[in-house]
Write a protein that binds this ligand. Structure first.
Ligand code: SAH
Ligand code: SF4
Length: 350
């Protein structure tokens, strides 16, 4: 049976929910290795050996939401909050540009002080200074009008993980937020024309194989350009501080399955993987991931952007991140790609 399922994953890029659950329950170390090898083969068909670099700028840790798992949640009084100014953000982009990056991700908590007007100004300035760079926003849920205005200002991509495709699990982790709204944001972003990133955490409290199968099938159905999958890492100042959290191994399996179900996706080897295991990101590359996100935030704020604790690379200069990641990528048998790194279906980027 496992042979049949592996073949179906590789040849047809699909499985039913029952099949995924069966597969996860019967996954031996040997099948796991085969799964990772097939994921790597599949990624090569679309992106060869390239690993795409995206410079990450964490520009505000203020957040109006209260996600139970996240260290930046509004009910955590121990966070020293910060906001970067527009000129700080431009300096980060400039540093990244000089290091060769042509893709920037601007991420923050849900901070409505960054109004539509201010975000348009930031995106417009980056685009006019660095017209050959792609801009991705990852700033949470906003209105359709906001998403449209930012797209018109030149934003290329938007990351908004669905976090979990199970309505009940979603609702238990996100007080005051709506599952339907999260999902509708993803559809709106897609309709507007953004390259969209969805994704989920592995090892959330109460998450079962059935939930993970739902996550994978949700991604298959949505067919986003980017998929971020990372382990949940409990934070000591949140209600989930006693939770067990996700493992590198379980996350690798999800990355490989997502690669086979959505073969042309751009998938990061996340910082959370590198935090749980010094070689976690390399392992992710060898399970089908093909993106890394070097940190470009000013070193003085990095520790304050603690979605989870003990995040790696908080003490490093941007240039150090570049060299360190480059070495890791090459040692894993891959090649660095510094271009915008559009999805392979995008023919003429904006
Ligand atoms: N506020 C925006 C973007 C910043 S959070 C948003 O929520 O969309 C970026 C991602 O960090 C979230 O999507 C979530 O999946 C992840 N995250 C938050 N807390 C985490 C934790 N404790 N462990 C692992 N990942 C976490
Ligand atoms: Fe805010 Fe994002 Fe953290 Fe939720 S996950 S509390 S929205 S920063």
């Amino acid at each position: 049976m496992m042979e049949v399922l592996l073949n179906k994953l590789y040849e047809q890029n699909e499985l039913t929910q029952e099949d995924i659950v069966y597969f996860l329950e019967h996954l031996t170390p040997e099948y796991q290795k085969r799964l990772f090898d097939l994921a790597v083969e599949t990624r090569k068909k679309f992106y060869n050996k390239s690993v795409f670099m995206r410079g990450l700028i964490e520009f505000s840790n203020y957040c109006k939401q209260d996600c139970l798992y996240c260290g930046l949640r509004r009910s955590n009084p121990h966070v020293e909050r910060y906001r970067l100014s527009e000129s700080d953000i431009l300096d980060c982009a400039e540093e990244g540009y000089n290091l060769g990056y042509r893709s920037f991700v601007l991420q923050s908590g849900e901070d409505f002080r960054f109004t539509e007007e201010l975000m348009i100004s930031i995106v417009t300035s980056i685009k006019s200074r660095f017209p050959d760079a792609a801009i991705t926003l990852s700033i949470g849920e906003r209105s359709e009008a906001f998403y449209r205005a930012l797209y018109d200002a030149g934003t290329d991509r938007y990351l908004l993980r669905h976090e979990t495709a199970s309505r009940s699990l979603y609702e238990s982790l996100h007080p005051g937020m709506s599952f339907d709204h999260r999902i509708s944001c993803l559809h709106v972003l897609k309709d507007i024309g953004y390259q969209v990133g969805a994704g989920f955490m592995v090892g959330l409290p109460g998450q079962t194989h059935n939930h993970l199968a739902e996550d994978l099938l949700f991604l298959k159905e949505l067919h986003p350009e980017m998929i971020g999958i990372g382990p949940f890492i409990p934070h000591s100042e949140t209600p989930l501080k006693e939770a067990v959290g996700g493992t590198v191994q379980d996350t690798l399996v999800m990355i490989a399955m997502a690669r086979l179900l959505v073969p042309d996706a751009l998938m990061p080897a996340t910082t959370a993987m590198g935090t749980l295991d010094p070689t976690g990101r390399e392992k992710a590359l060898r399970a089908g991931a093909n993106v890394v996100m070097p940190n470009l935030s000013p070193p003085k704020v990095r520790e304050k952007y603690a979605l989870y604790e003990n995040k790696i690379c908080t003490g490093d200069e941007a240039s150090h991140c570049r060299t360190c990641l480059e070495m890791r990528i090459i040692a894993s048998g891959y090649e660095i790609e510094l271009s915008r790194g559009d999805h392979c279906r995008v023919i003429s980027p904006k």
